[in-house]
Unconditional design. Structure first.
Length: 183
């Protein structure tokens, strides 16, 4: 078995991140772009000499629909922690106005929601999952939070109907916001 620490960032993308993204339901042809350059690089001027700095390049951009980006994934080699790409992805997401970011080093994914309004951008709904666990589960990303015990709650029919109605209302509000953003 190969030592992940010896792999390059691109190898980590090819062997671990891309398969996990595809297995979680993203269509590689229509919803995923890799190594997306979005700036030409800063221009430096010294007297009559000019030079251009490095381009900014997102490792992955995930699209809800064509031309509607919803997430950036910043990859790092396995010598870095899973969260090492968060700041870089935040910078890119701000420039590109993309709401969600992920960071990965091939061991798992760390999620950050830029739209969070309650101050909890990393919370009990986002946790680190080892890539080995994801592979063992056949890339099924529906994994329960291991740090939070499941609470059993019982509801009567009226309570369930009210919860369902509130959920539909929230969904409709989000759908209307998306429609306005697309128009």
């Amino acid at each position: 078995m190969i030592d992940k620490k010896t792999l390059s960032e691109r190898d980590i993308c090819t062997k671990f991140i891309t398969p996990a993204v595809e297995k979680s339901g993203w269509n590689r042809l229509t919803q995923l772009l890799e190594e997306v350059s979005f700036t030409d690089g800063k221009i430096y001027v010294r007297g009559k000499l000019t030079a251009r700095g490095n381009q900014k390049r997102a490792d992955y951009i995930l699209y809800y629909k064509p031309n509607i980006p919803i997430a950036i994934i910043e990859a790092k080699d396995n010598k870095h922690s899973v969260r090492a790409g968060i700041q870089q992805a935040l910078d890119y997401a701000q420039i590109l106005d993309i709401p969600c970011i992920f960071s990965s080093n091939g061991d798992g994914f760390l999620f950050h929601d830029r739209t969070a309004t309650d101050g909890n951008i990393e919370s009990d709904i986002a946790w680190k999952v080892n890539i080995k666990t994801i592979i063992e589960r056949g890339y099924d990303l529906d994994i329960k939070n291991p740090t939070k015990p499941e609470e059993e709650q019982e509801y009567n029919s009226a309570e369930l109907m009210e919860m369902l109605s509130a959920s539909f209302e929230k969904s409709q509000t989000l759908l209307n916001q998306l429609k306005r953003a697309v128009e």
